[in-house]
Every structure is written in C-alpha cells, then in structure tokens.
Design a protein around this ligand. Structure first.
Ligand SMILES: *[C@@H]1O[C@H](CO)[C@@H](O)[C@H](O)[C@H]1NC(C)=O
Ligand SMILES: *[C@@H]1O[C@H](CO)[C@@H](O)[C@H](O)[C@H]1NC(C)=O
Ligand SMILES: *[C@@H]1O[C@H](CO)[C@@H](O)[C@H](O)[C@H]1NC(C)=O
Ligand SMILES: *[C@@H]1O[C@H](CO)[C@@H](O)[C@H](O)[C@H]1NC(C)=O
Ligand SMILES: *[C@@H]1O[C@H](CO)[C@@H](O)[C@H](O)[C@H]1NC(C)=O
Ligand SMILES: *[C@@H]1O[C@H](CO)[C@@H](O)[C@H](O)[C@H]1NC(C)=O
Length: 495
C-alpha cells in the first residue's frame, strides 16, 4: 500500500484497501504515515482485540518446520448460528482493525448473520514470520504463501469454532481483492464466494496504462487539465537537464536540500515524486474524507485541476509547482524530499523498526518477484515525462539483490499469470466491483465474464470506494453498486 507516494495514507482512515507503490519519502513519508495510522487506530482500533494464530513459515517445504504467529481479528456481533463466515483478507500494510467496526462488509454481515474475521497478510503489520526483512527472509513472502496461510487459517478456525459446514465468503480490495479472487479460484472447496474489489488480477511488468487512466480522469474534469500537466511536466524535465536552473527549481518546489543530480536515478525520482501528487489524488479521489473525527483531505481531482487552470499563478510550470506546495501544506510538511539516495537507504533497511517496514520494503519486493505493476511514463497517451520502466527495474537490484534483474522480473510476472490465469478467471461466484476513475481498473475484470463472474462498474468512483462505509453524499451509482453486491451474495449463499 502506498509508500512511494502517499498512495496509502492519503486515503486516511482505511489503510487497508490500497495498492500502490512504496514510499515513505514523499512529504516526510513515514512520519506522516505513522501519524495518520496512529489516528486511525485511535478511531477504529479501540476495543478490537488482537488474536494470534500459529502458521508455518513455508507451506511448500515439508522439511521446514519453523512457525510464527499471525495476527487476526474477530467480530461476532452479528453472527447467527448457521450463518456464513466472512473473511477480510489483509494486504500490503498493517491490517487496520477499523475494518472490524466500519465498512460495507459489516452491513452485509448484519443482514446475513455473518461471523467476521480479518487475517493480516504475512510480513505486514505485526505478522512477522522472520526476524528481519533481509532478502533471504523475504523469500517467504509471496501471494502463494499468503493464500496457503488463508487456507490453513480457514481449516483451523472451522474446526475450532464448529464452522466446517458454514459458507465462507472472502473480501478484499486492491491486492487483497486479487487474493480474494485467487483464494476462491485455487481453494474452491474452502471458499463459497468472493468480493474482489478493484482487483488487478493480471500481472504486468510495465504498467503505463495507469498514467493513461490518470490522464482520462483529469480530462473528465476538464480536457485542458492534462494538457497543462503535460506542458508543465515537459518544462520541468527540460529544466532538469540544465544545472543552471537548479537554484530556481529548489525554490519553486520547496525542496528540502539544494537539488543535486548524482546518479541517473535522481531525475526520474524527482519527476515521479511530483507526478505522484496527481497519481495519489486520482487513485483516492473523494475517498479521503473526514471520518469519525479523523480529518480527511479536501484535495480532489477538481482541486488539482483548479490549480492547473488558474492563470493567475503564472505558467503551467509554476502551477505545477503550486500543486506541490498545496500537497505539502495539506500534509503539514515543510519541504519536499527528492533524494533517491535517502529513499534507497530507507527502503534498504532490513530492520522491523526501519523506516520502510510499514510495508514499503515488502510490497516493492512483491512487485519485483511477482507482479511488476510499474507505473512508468512509457506511453504517448499520458501527460508525464521522465520515469521509464528501466528506472523501476533498477530499484529491484538496488534495494534487494543483483539477481533481480530485468529477466528475472519478467520471468516472475509470467509465472504469476501462468499460476493464476490473469484475466482468464476460471471460477464461479466472484464479483469484481470496478471504479471508472481508478487507475487500477486497467488490470482488473471490467466486463462480466459470465453470470457467475460479474463485474460491477461504478462510474465516477476511485479505488475501492464500494468498501467504505456508506455516506450521505455518495454517488447514487455507488449506493446501487453496494446493493448489487449484496443481492449477489444473498443469491450465492442460497446455492
Ligand atoms: C462489530 O461491529 C459492530 C458494527 O460496527 C460494532 O458495533 C461492534 O462493536 C463490533 N464488535 C467488535 C467485537 O468489534
Ligand atoms: C530563475 O528565476 C528568476 C526569477 O524568476 C529568473 O529571472 C531567472 O532567469 C531564472 N534563472 C534561470 C537559470 O532560469
Ligand atoms: C474541507 O472542506 C470543508 C468544507 O468546505 C471544511 O469545513 C473543512 O475544514 C475542510 N477540511 C480541510 C482539512 O481542509
Ligand atoms: C534501520 O532503521 C533503524 C530504525 O530507524 C535504525 O536504528 C538503523 O540504524 C537502520 N539501519 C541502517 C543500516 O540504516
Ligand atoms: C539476469 O541474471 C541472470 C543470472 O542471475 C543472467 O543469466 C541474465 O543474463 C541476466 N539478465 C540480464 C538482462 O542481465
Ligand atoms: C470498468 O471500468 C471501465 C473504465 O471506465 C469501463 O470501460 C468498463 O465498462 C467498466 N466495467 C464494467 C463491467 O462496466
């Protein structure tokens, strides 16, 4: 979940449902994130008891006997004997206990008399299978191991709590959305149905389509907006080639230190950081609202495009810089850190108390060894400049091991699609809700595959919107989508 940009904590309350790239660096990154997470726990976590479950370190090696403790949460408030069991699948960040008290799945649970569990993903939050996050330890981090954790959790809980005859339904958003689909696909005898929200089921090394959707989402606000972004981004790229401009750039973008270009990674890192303002806001548009006293942000696509269109702020380049100032102010940060070496140092720290242990180091490892998903500028149909695929591939080697070169990453992604089937989902009773402005829908199931594998398209919503608690000002189609998923669950539970 989001590191490399705020793409996780931007989202405010629900750190659960957001897939993205690591990076605590931006806006003071981790400090901001830690603060927000802390607030989240103050809100949602209160009174939710942590429980622990013994898992094997390696489900696929019979000779490996080491075990560890996995964290989970339970809400049995709504459970009626004979009702279904709901399992919320944890993802690429700490499992947020707020989900045990808020969220659309609980309204379904109430109506259907469901027992609710949430299992934290191995290597995230407090679920720590190894003593550190070294490259050697991370070999036990994979979606396949995570699914085997879920299977073992299911069997043990079913036996312990007399739930073997119950119908289990899994939920997840973003990467856990994919896991929800794959759990049903790979373990159909354990899972009756799944709700796979905003799930990128197709792995791909290079994912410039993400930025194409960002362009479309900005254009839907105003067709001029992505054109101005493009002009600004091109200007910044050009100026970065000329060291004489660095004094001005340092000032314009409120950089934490005088701009210095030391390696070939520095310029792409800077350009990606600034583009990240738009990526974050588009991905979580309108999701970051105030909730239960935790302040959200008011920064939406409309607000960013408003700045880009505001001629009183000067050239498009100046307006682009003004967007950065706005984001810094929104997150109470003094300056923008664009140092790749600082980022690399943070991401390379293998300690559980290190600056990227909240999920950044682990998630990028999963992109390098399973999914790719690199949001590069390698498409003419998107507005940003200067962070090509090579820049992302290099990070795998910089952060983990020289063996993670382009060939290894491409092979890993191919294997992921061979194993899960990519878009070619052969299963039943999985629903795929899909938000039209969410850049991740480009890798999701966006059309019904069959009656038993429906997509639910939600026009005008961003990442995982249907999972959040309903609120007054929700779009009517979002409310309808929630109802639609409920009707499907009701139908499937009778089968
Ligand atoms: C279960 O969820 C309901 C609805 O939000 C909440 O009132 C209750 O406190 C929760 N129970 C536990 C044990 O978290
Ligand atoms: C830096 O900004 C000042 C003021 O806007 C401008 O006069 C100057 O030409 C700029 N310097 C460079 C190298 O672009
Ligand atoms: C967001 O906007 C509302 C209404 O315009 C305002 O009351 C609130 O203070 C704003 N919140 C932030 C964090 O700016
Ligand atoms: C890793 O992070 C921890 C906690 O911030 C710090 O104490 C330690 O020195 C860091 N390790 C390295 C190698 O930088
Ligand atoms: C990647 O590394 C492997 C060995 O680890 C090597 O055989 C292969 O040629 C390398 N590929 C590239 C593109 O460097
Ligand atoms: C999902 O979103 C895409 C993009 O807006 C849209 O083209 C597609 O029709 C949607 N899927 C469904 C099933 O409506």
């Amino acid at each position: 979940m989001a590191w490399k940009h705020l793409r996780r904590f931007l989202q405010g309350l629900f750190v659960f449902a957001c897939l993205s790239f690591p990076c605590q660096a931006r806006y003071g990154g981790l400090r901001g994130a830690a603060l927000r997470l802390h607030k989240v726990h103050d809100v949602g976590g209160a009174g939710v008891e942590e429980q622990w479950f013994t898992q094997r370190l390696d489900h696929f090696d019979g000779a490996e006997t080491r075990v560890w403790k996995q964290r989970f949460f339970v809400n049995d408030t709504f459970y009626r004997s004979g009702g279904p069991v709901f399992l919320m699948i944890g993802g690429e960040g700490p499992a947020n206990p707020a989900w045990m008290q808020y969220g659309t799945w609980l309204t379904y649970a109430k109506k259907l008399g469901a027992l609710c569990f949430m299992l934290e993903h191995r290597f995230y939050g407090k679920s720590r299978p190894t003593e550190d996050l070294s490259f050697a330890s991370l070999r036990y981090l994979s979606s396949r191991q995570a699914l085997a954790d879920l299977a073992h959790f299911h069997s043990s809980m079913a036996a312990a709590r007399g739930l073997t005859g119950s119908k289990w339904v899994t939920f997840g958003g973003s990467y856990p959305g994919s896991l929800a689909a794959w759990f049903r696909l790979k373990y159909p005898h354990l899972v009756h149905a799944s709700v796979a929200t905003s799930a990128p089921v197709h792995a791909v090394v290079n994912f410039p389509e993400y930025l194409e959707v960002v362009r479309q989402s900005l254009a839907a606000e105003n067709p001029e907006c992505p054109l101005l972004v493009q002009e600004a981004s091109d200007t910044l790229y050009r100026r970065l080639q000329d060291p004489e401009t660095y004094v001005n750039i340092t000032k314009d973008f409120s950089l934490c230190a005088d701009l210095q270009i030391q390696t070939k990674m520095d310029i792409p890192y800077f350009l990606e950081t600034v583009a990240g303002n738009f990526m974050d806001v588009v991905q979580y548009n309108e999701d970051n609202r105030e909730f239960e006293g935790v302040p959200g942000t008011n920064v939406t696509i409309k607000v960013l495009c408003g700045v880009m269109m505001d001629a009183s702020l000067g050239t498009p380049y100046s307006r682009y810089a003004a967007v950065t100032s706005l984001m810094l102010k929104t997150f109470s940060q003094k300056c923008l850190d664009v140092s790749y070496s600082t980022y690399l140092k943070d991401m390379s720290n293998t300690s559980w108390s290190g600056p990227a242990a909240g999920g950044g180091r682990q998630w990028v490892y999963q992109t390098c060894t399973e999914f790719g998903f690199y949001q590069s500028t390698d498409s003419p149909n998107q507005p940003f400049t200067g962070f090509p695929l090579q820049y992302f591939l290099q990070q795998c080697q910089d952060m983990y091991d020289a063996s993670l070169n382009a060939t290894a990453i491409a092979d890993a992604v191919t294997q992921t699609n061979e194993f899960y089937g990519g878009y070619d989902v052969h299963a039943t009773r999985i629903v795929f809700p899909n938000g039209s402005i969410d850049p991740w829908h480009a890798l999701g199931i966006t059309q019904d595959i069959s009656d038993d594998l429906p997509a639910v398209f939600i026009k005008g919503t961003a990442h995982c919107a249907n999972m959040y608690p309903a609120r007054q000002q929700d779009l009517p189609q979002l409310a309808l989508a929630r109802d639609h998923v409920f009707v499907l669950l009701q139908k499937w539970l009778q089968q």
